[in-house]
Design a protein around this ligand. Sequence first.
Ligand SMILES: O=C(O)CCC(=O)C(=O)O
Ligand SMILES: [Fe+2]
Length: 366
Amino acid sequence: MAPVPISQIKVGHIDDVQELRKARPAAIPERYVRDMVERPTLASTVPLSSSMHIPIIDLSKLVEGDEDQWRTEMVKLASSCEEWGFFQVINHGIDRSLLETTEKIAMEFFMLPLEEKQKYPMAPGTVQGYGQAFVFSEDQKLDWCNMLALGVEPHFIRNPKLWPTKPAKFSEILEMYSKDIRKLCQNLLRFIALSLDLKQEAFNKMFGVAVQAVRMNYYPPCSRPDLVLGLSPHSDGSALTVLQQGRGNSVGLQILKDKTWVPVQPVPDALVINIGDTLEVLTNGRYKSVEHRAVTHKEKDRLSIVTFYAPSYEIELGPLPELVDENNPCMYKRYNHGEYSHHYVTNKLQGKKTLDFAKIQAKIST
Ligand SMILES: O=C(O)CCC(=O)C(=O)O
Ligand SMILES: [Fe+2]
């Protein structure tokens, strides 16, 4: 992720949420209490009709299915990206044991004493290390979440000082995990290109030297989950995001569909995939980068391990010419991905507002 100048950013004291939970204050501190309009509808209170489940894509049917299976899955992939911007992928080819080990080391990291975790501090205005990202002022509401965020690829975005040395195998496992997730992203992008009738080269040159970052989010239980948010509403700046939810964790991720917050029910062994802003721009808005957030639970904690996969910073982005015509006028300008990345990490999470950067403003009629 692009470095951000950290001068002039005053964020005040930010409590570590796990420590806050341990201290069990009589009331939730004001900085975490959301304004009325932002307070969450909790998963347990949202009626669940089956049509509200995000689609499930079986990757094995795309990789090795017969022609019928391939076609059916491809149609499902296209409609998921158009209508939901989200899907869960099963039979994704990543070893269950690797997913479990990664979850284990992530959890072990968050369970370390605070002094140990604070050896990897996320400085105000930066997005790597342990702490809270996207905080830029003292009056901004805070998320009920602790994060560990690390740049992974290409190597120059890494800050090796922020890679934990405890638990012992952390770096080694994260490296293996990232490699497999990277392959999955490449695979998915290949099928996404096919689903749009695009030539592979259209994407290949953009993702040749892709940027990959991992964020581990830990949400401790919260005595008043109705007042706080685990993670503020946002869309991801990536092209694709891969999200692994902790096994047996409570439902926490919610996506905004037709103005309603829909909880994403965890499916065993599935990974949640979502389209990020960059793919929305590349596809001229056909595939949607959908707003999402995380809510907390009264008794249960929750972990998510999130990989952001994006083009190299020097790549120039804009809608692919194949997806622009008379009926689909160009909706986004051309810009350098590094610029967008910088814009993304220097603004607080605020729904889909960050993407305004790339939108061509509607011409004012005279
Ligand atoms: O924890 C979750 O389910 C959401 C995480 C997320 O959206 C993110 O890290 O960008
Ligand atoms: Fe996200």
